[in-house]
Design a protein around this ligand. Structure first.
Ligand code: CA2
Length: 152
């Protein structure tokens, strides 16, 4: 079976507030901007994007499970669930698609609790601290993994 030319973009809890609160940390771009940046980067490589953002963990898990049917990879900013959620990690490893983990801020230089990611060791691509442009980086690098141009 051929590989679908589609990515799932997942944005976790509170990322709907992008551009509305805490611009000093997360910038002024909105979630709509993030989705456009992601679609444009994917489109440049002949991929389309299904985007989901939710403040509810189960909605994210269901979207990840559904990606198994028609997506070739997942670009995810799990938000605060990065640092807490075994459930999200299990969903990602369960579908066995290549994963790119993105963080807008540089989590390596913030509070100690942000240094732990339950997703990091199952992700093929990691992008941190590039602002919302990091989503385009993540798309390019995960498509390289999907198409065999890189091994992550
Ligand atoms: O830097 C990132 O992208 C984070 O994943 C963002 C999460 C945070 O918990 C992670 O440690 C790092 C927070 C998402 C909430 O986003 C907001 C945006 C604007 C205003 C308030 C929250």
């Amino acid at each position: 079976m051929s590989v679908p030319r589609r990515l799932l973009l997942v944005n976790g809890p509170n990322l709907n507030l992008l551009g509305v609160r805490e611009p000093e940390i997360y910038g002024t771009s909105t979630l709509a901007d993030v989705e456009r940046i992601t679609r444009d980067a994917a489109s440049a490589r002949g991929f389309d994007v299904r985007a989901v953002q939710s403040n509810h963990e189960g909605v994210l898990i269901d979207a990840i499970h559904d990606a198994r049917l028609d997506c070739a990879g997942i670009v995810i900013n799990p938000g605060g669930l990065t640092h807490t959620s075994v459930v999200l990690r299990d969903a990602l490893s369960g579908v066995a698609l290549p994963v790119a983990e993105v963080h807008i801020s540089d989590v390596r230089t913030r509070e100690a609790f942000r240094q732990l990611s339950y997703v990091a060791d199952i992700a093929a691509v990691h992008v941190v601290g590039e602002g919302v442009a990091g989503y385009a980086t993540a798309v390019t690098r995960i498509i390289d993994v999907i198409t065999g141009l890189a091994d992550g």
